[in-house]
Structures are given as structure tokens and as C-alpha cells.
Design a protein around this ligand. Structure first.
Ligand SMILES: CC(C)(COP(=O)(O)OP(=O)(O)OC[C@H]1O[C@@H](n2cnc3c(N)ncnc32)[C@H](O)[C@@H]1OP(=O)(O)O)[C@@H](O)C(=O)NCCC(=O)NCCS
Length: 204
């Protein structure tokens, strides 16, 4: 990597939010169907700008971590969703990702938030473990008659959340680590379901 100094900050104007979003959009190949588009972060900028962390080398953006109040979990108002995090490939492996997360964590704490949550992309999980996150197995399926069977199959793990909502069943378990055996078992029994890990970290 170019050994120039990396600086960290948050956008000072809507134009800077837009530039940071373009960076993230390109690196993560964000599509128009993605739930958090530029508008979403322009709104976050109005209320919680310090949750939009940008790393720069000279004047160029080399990494971003975007947080916002978790829109999926209205009752847990203390939770920050880390929606997007990425470091330019030429700059990866230099502690920039970890520093972006630490900055976001510090700022979220200053704003009174108590936990971070994110959905990791495949391959990025070891990074989140290194940053102090725990993995929570998440399963959802468009079927409202399977929660009891799911609970029996996953009895070893504490339930973080179980819900049946608008035709969907969703189950989140406090597995702490990834559980490949359970993944295999559940996907063999419910091949139409969707398995994912929610990574969480308490920051209070
Ligand atoms: C994941 C990502 C943000 C990590 O950023 P980074 O700046 O390269 O990571 P860091 O240098 O801060 O790494 C911190 C630690 O995690 C480890 N690490 C980082 N990425 C890793 C990976 N994919 N697998 C295993 N370990 C990883 C590093 O080796 C380092 O370990 P150390 O503290 O023992 O030295 C970056 O690789 C990236 O943007 N990837 C592509 C997009 C992506 O997957 N984003 C995550 C979306 S959920």
C-alpha cells in the first residue's frame, strides 16, 4: 500500500455524504434494490452524522463505515445497524477496517447507543470476530407453520428472537460462533429458507 497517512472523519456536507456513498456503492456493487440508498444516508447525516465514518489517504476516500439507528428493530432503540463497511482493495490489511469500526463504536457510544449489529458478507466473518463481535444464527422462511419444529432442531442454543410475521417465520439464536453443522441440518430440512449471521457487539 501507499504509505501515506490515513485520516478518519465524518462528512461535513451532503456532497461529502454523496461521494462516500458512491465509493461504497462501487466497492460493494450496491444495486438499486439495496435497502439503503444514498437518500437513506443523507437522512442519517441530518441526525447522526458522526456515524458515517470515512477514511482518507490524502484527499481520496479509501474506506467507509456507515451506521444508523437499526430500522429493523424499532423496540431496541439502543442498537446501531452497521449497514456498509468497506476498504479499497489497495488499502486492505492495514488496520483501516478495524479502525473504522472502532471510530464508529466510539461515536455510537457517545450518542448513547449500547450495541452494534450487522449482517456479514461471506468471507468477512473472521474480521468481525477479530473486532469483538459475536455471531447469531438467523433463519427466515416464507412459511408460518414451522416455528415449533425449528425450535426443536435448535434447542441447544438460546433464542434471541422468534417471530411469525406477515407470512414469514424468523428465528435468531445466540450461537456466538458460526454453526456449520446446524446450517446443514436446517437447510436440509428447510431448503427454501434463508440462513444468515447477524453479528452483534455490546458497547455499553
Ligand atoms: C472486510 C474489510 C472491511 C476488512 O478491512 P481491512 O482494512 O482489510 O481489515 P483490517 O486490516 O482492519 O483487519 C483487522 C484484522 O482482521 C483480519 N481480517 C481482515 N479481513 C479478514 C478476512 N476477510 N478474513 C480473515 N481475517 C481478516 C486482519 O488480518 C486483521 O487481523 P490482525 O488484527 O490479527 O492483524 C475489507 O477487507 C473489505 O472491505 N472487504 C470487502 C468488502 C466486505 O466484505 N465488507 C464487509 C461487508 S459485511
Amino acid at each position: 500500500m501507499n504509505k501515506t497517512k490515513i485520516t478518519y472523519g465524518f462528512p461535513q456536507s451532503k456532497e461529502e455524504v454523496k461521494s462516500a456513498y458512491r465509493f461504497v456503492q462501487q466497492l460493494l456493487e450496491i444495486k438499486l434494490t439495496h435497502p439503503r440508498q444514498e437518500e437513506y444516508y443523507l437522512d442519517v447525516f441530518e441526525t447522526l452524522p458522526s456515524l458515517l465514518i470515512v477514511a482518507k489517504s490524502q484527499e481520496s476516500i479509501v474506506g467507509c463505515a456507515f451506521g444508523s439507528k437499526n430500522p429493523f428493530n424499532k423496540e431496541e432503540i439502543g442498537e446501531i445497524l452497521i449497514g456498509e463497511l468497506c476498504v479499497h482493495p489497495n488499502f486492505q490489511g492495514n488496520n483501516i477496517g478495524k479502525t473504522l469500526l472502532t471510530r464508529l463504536e466510539t461515536n455510537a457510544k457517545k450518542e448513547g447507543f449500547t450495541a452494534l449489529i450487522l449482517g456479514a458478507r461471506r468471507g468477512a466473518e473472521p474480521f468481525y470476530f477479530k473486532c469483538g463481535f459475536s455471531a447469531n444464527f438467523f433463519f427466515q422462511i416464507e412459511n408460518t407453520n414451522c416455528l415449533e419444529e425449528l425450535k426443536k432442531l435448535t434447542i441447544k442454543y438460546p433464542i434471541r428472537k422468534a417471530e411469525i410475521d406477515e407470512g414469514w417465520t424468523r428465528l435468531t439464536l445466540e450461537t456466538i460462533n458460526m454453526v456449520p453443522k446446524l446450517e446443514q441440518q436446517i437447510s436440509a430440512r428447510f431448503p427454501d429458507g434463508y440462513i444468515h449471521y447477524a453479528f452483534t457487539k455490546k458497547i455499553d
